[in-house]
Design a protein around this ligand. Structure first.
Ligand code: C2E
Ligand code: MG
Ligand code: MG
Ligand code: MG
Length: 276
């Protein structure tokens, strides 16, 4: 839904874009330069072990420091990047930077892992494996310290060759998470086929915990499903103590959300309590 909203926002031209008189064409031209001109930046959001309260992982989230518009969140430019194919160099940059950052973080927290989001377009590319292994090797990062986050919609388009690539990545030790779980066309049959290691329960369900019995049932069901499939489960978007108590009571082992920490710098991550 966020992606669809992002796309239509560009078509109708958001108030911010109108004010600063940056046209869609200009923004595309700017985006083309963003990687080379080092305007992209990663933020890291902690993922917590709900049993111990410790940070054991972090998700890398891209930001664009636009020279005139200020810092843009991914919802402002990734839809455009996906339409134009610029998502490929952006994601390649993200993978490399995230591996580099993780290698630094692991000096102080040897068990820490890093998660990166991978666009559907990347999944379709045969060179995904070379990109990922190139990045881990360049950073000196153990493959098992890297998780690729894929959305259900990206996976559902998955041809046999996509599944093959995912299996090869798994064989290398790389972890595979299904992001925003529950928002796509969740077919239970594809869970059998995808070599996932974790499910991330979409924050729209977590947000309604305590208000909506169906949201509770959904989180509960996904959590049981994860257990049965031997997958790690992460509750996304935990903002309140009440939501924390609910996901912990349901038995989710891991959580991510503003309650535990907002996306921030690598230094912020290193100073938070880590699993080592
Ligand atoms: P996502 O992968 O589901 O990432 C989680 C998003 O939820 C992040 O938004 C994060 O800041 C936000 N979030 C975390 N905790 C909370 C909370 O407690 N409450 C609320 N309201 N929000 C929370 P962000 O950084 O704006 O990223 C949005 C989406 O953009 C991501 O969703 C992901 O799909 C995509 N994205 C971000 N970075 C990258 C990237 O490097 N490559 C690709 N391909 N996609 C990316
Ligand atoms: Mg994600
Ligand atoms: Mg998510
Ligand atoms: Mg999301």
């Amino acid at each position: 839904a966020a992606k669809a909203a992002g796309k239509s926002a560009y078509r109708t031209c958001t108030p911010e874009l109108r004010e600063s008189a940056v046209s869609r064409a200009e923004l595309i031209a700017d985006l083309r330069r963003a990687v080379d001109e080092e305007q992209l930046e990663l933020q890291f959001q902690p993922i917590i072990d709900l049993g111990t309260g410790q940070v054991h992982s972090a998700e890398a989230l891209v930001r664009w420091r636009h020279p005139r518009l200020g810092t843009l969140a991914p919802g402002r430019f990734l839809p455009l990047a996906e339409e134009t194919g610029l998502i490929l160099p952006i994601d390649r940059w993200v993978i490399h930077e995230a591996c580099r950052a993780a290698a630094i973080w692991r000096r102080g927290a040897p068990e820490a892992t890093i998660a990166v989001n991978i666009a559907a377009a990347h999944l379709r590319r045969p060179d995904l494996i070379a990109t990922v292994t190139g990045a881990t090797a360049a950073a000196g990062l153990a493959p098992r310290a890297l998780t690729l986050e894929l959305t259900e919609s990206a996976l559902i388009e998955g041809s046999e060759s996509v599944l093959d690539r995912l299996r090869q990545l798994r064989e290398l030790g790389i972890r595979i998470a299904i992001d925003d779980f529950g928002t796509g066309y969740s077919s239970l049959s594809y869970l059998h086929r995808i070599p996932a290691t974790e499910l991330k329960i979409d924050r729209s369900f977590v947000a309604r915990l305590g208000e909506d019995a169906r949201a509770y049932a959904t989180v509960n069901m996904v959590s049981s499903l994860a257990e049965a499939f031997d997958l790690r489960v992460v509750a996304e978007g935990v903002e309140t103590d009440r939501q924390h108590d609910a996901v912990a009571a349901i038995g989710c082992a891991h959580g991510q959300g503003y309650l535990y920490g907002r996306p921030g710098s690598l230094a912020d991550l290193s100073t938070s309590l880590t699993g080592s």
